[in-house]
Design a binder for this molecule. Structure first.
Ligand SMILES: N[C@@H](CCC(=O)N[C@@H](CS)C(=O)NCC(=O)O)C(=O)O
Length: 205
């Protein structure tokens, strides 16, 4: 049984839930109360010294980066459809996984943290920076989806689960890009059973 330290609003945790659901893997969720600072407690820091959710436990193995967990599960359970071996498809998956972490994620954090989570207490400059960056990044995603149903081709991979989990955050902040390729792709990913099951049951503040 896998253990996932989780918060329902964490897009990073949800992408792992989506894959585990799709693969029929057994897991236990352990709630980390980020709003109460539980991620800074000595108990949690012993699990993830970098104080972030998610943390993933497989017996003695602990993994603390969400995309690394996705890759681990695919390798361990031979989920080739989700993490293709074909070098060209694999390169596309890796590119979007990294783009998501390096480019989209900081922008999403700027918007969601400062618009939704902190509300009036949010940093207006950081919010403006996020909104400006998103106008540059959204067309890159839009172009990447031109002529294909999913990021690596005609079937969903862990890249789609990862990137789409950030689009969910933007939806919650009423800031999701509305361009046609992104909108149609996001609908397709949302219809994946595991992705639907990973969605938060409670709305953000
Ligand atoms: N790159 C990390 C990002 C994880 C992350 O940003 N987690 C947020 C919640 S969604 C968090 O725990 N924030 C609290 C903190 O950074 O102290 C991953 O992919 O797992």
């Amino acid at each position: 049984m896998y253990i996932l330290y989780n918060h329902p609003w964490s897009q990073h945790a949800r992408r792992i839930i989506a894959l585990m659901e799709e693969a029929g893997l057994e897991y236990e969720l352990r709630h980390v109360a980020l709003d109460k600072g539980e991620h800074m407690s000595p108990e949690y820091l012993a699990i993830n010294p970098d104080h972030q959710v998610p943390a993933f436990l497989d017996g003695d193995v602990t993994i603390c980066q969400s995309n690394a967990v996705l890759r681990y599960l695919c390798a361990k359970h031979d989920l080739e459809a989700w993490y293709p071996r074909d070098s060209e498809k694999l390169a596309r998956v890796e590119q979007w996984l990294d783009w998501n972490q390096c480019r989209l994620a900081p922008t999403v954090a700027d918007i969601v943290v400062n618009k939704v989570i902190l509300g009036e207490r949010g940093d207006k400059e950081a919010l403006a920076r996020g909104e400006k960056n998103l106008t540059r990044l959204a067309p890159i995603l839009e172009a990447g989806l031109e002529g294909r149903d999913y990021l690596a081709g005609d079937a969903p991979t862990i890249a789609d689960l990862s990137v789409a989990s950030n689009i969910t955050q933007l939806e919650m902040a009423e800031a999701a890009p509305s361009s046609p390729n992104i909108a149609a792709w996001y609908q397709r990913v949302s219809a994946i059973d595991g992705f639907a099951k990973s969605m938060p049951k409670v709305q953000m503040a």
